[in-house]
Design a protein around this ligand. Structure first.
Ligand SMILES: Nc1ncnc2c1ncn2[C@@H]1O[C@H](COP(=O)(O)OP(=O)(O)OP(=O)(O)O)[C@@H](O)[C@H]1O
Ligand SMILES: Nc1nc(=O)c2ncn([C@H]3C[C@H](O)[C@@H](CO)O3)c2[nH]1
Length: 239
């Protein structure tokens, strides 16, 4: 309760731009590796009257004025990763700032995982050059200090790389045919450092850990276990 009080006080004191401080719903960031089940998790909540789903804007990344930026990224990351990350940062910012009427906003990923997991990976691999990372970071810093992109809770769909890799193969998204198990393992370690060990970048909110390796037949109970924390409309009740 003390933590919630602190966050409400921070919201009231915060003079951030963006959607204002008191008309922001209880915002939950659903994070996890590729194929960890984020979309499936959101499906579980999508018919709840108090919940708005902010899906990851993958369709926009696959068609920006006819350009499939996601496809270009995976075909030639050296050439297209800056272009792609620039557009990811814009579209995720738009998701954060969307005017939501409902008390709970469930976001699929966030501006934070784009920076702390994906950009981090591209930077460490030397695919994004230091000047490119510096530009992305400059935008990220301005956005996260001047705009109201706060998240109140993170749900981390924690998985094993081998499990999600099989799911990705089975789902067979055309752009993802070049994804390797090594890439999935690296993204897993970055999620773990950020959300489990909390030794990478600062964590923007408390983290709930969901065992997302559980198969579809068993995972519903795991989702239901966390409903009270996620449907925390008391927090968002003031909008
Ligand atoms: N618990 C589960 N058990 C088995 N298969 C699952 C489970 N959750 C999701 N899947 C399957 O794995 C694939 C990826 O699931 P989903 O699209 O929900 O993941 P995601 O995290 O949204 O992926 P991405 O990061 O690529 O958007 C889908 O084919 C889905 O049906
Ligand atoms: N490079 C990169 N940066 C991001 O910020 C990012 N966010 C998501 N993705 C990829 C993962 C899935 O293939 C697909 C759907 O999540 O998009 C990203 N890829």
């Amino acid at each position: 309760m003390r933590l919630v009080k602190q966050r409400i006080t921070k919201l009231i004191k915060s003079s951030k731009l963006g959607s204002g401080v008191l008309n922001r719903p209880f915002t939950v960031g659903v994070e996890g590796n590729i194929g960890s089940g984020k979309t499936t998790f959101l499906e579980h909540f999508k018919n709840h009257e108090d919940v708005h789903i902010s899906a990851e804007p993958v369709d926009r990344w696959r068609n920006l004025n006819g350009h499939n930026l996601l496809g270009l990224l995976y075909q030639d990351p050296q050439k297209w990763s800056f272009t792609f990350q620039s557009y990811v940062q814009l579209t995720m910012l738009q998701n954060h700032l969307n005017k939501i009427e409902k008390p709970v906003n469930l976001m699929e990923r966030s501006i934070f995982s784009a920076r702390y997991c994906f950009v981090e990976k591209l930077s460490r691999d030397g695919i994004l050059s230091p000047p490119s990372v510096a530009v992305i970071d400059s935008w990220f810093h301005w956005i996260t200090t001047k705009m109201n992109v706060d998240v109140d809770l993170i749900v981390y769909l924690r998985t094993s790389p081998e499990v999600v890799y099989q799911r990705i193969l089975k789902r067979n998204r055309p752009e993802e045919i070049s994804i390797s198990l090594d890439y999935i393992k690296s993204l897993h370690e970055l999620h773990e450092d950020w959300l489990y060990h909390k030794r990478l970048h600062k964590c923007p909110a408390p983290v709930l850990i969901v065992d997302a390796d559980l198969d579809k037949t068993k995972i519903k109970k795991e989702y239901q276990r966390w409903e009270p924390n996620i449907l925390n409309k008391k927090f968002g009740a003031h909008i």
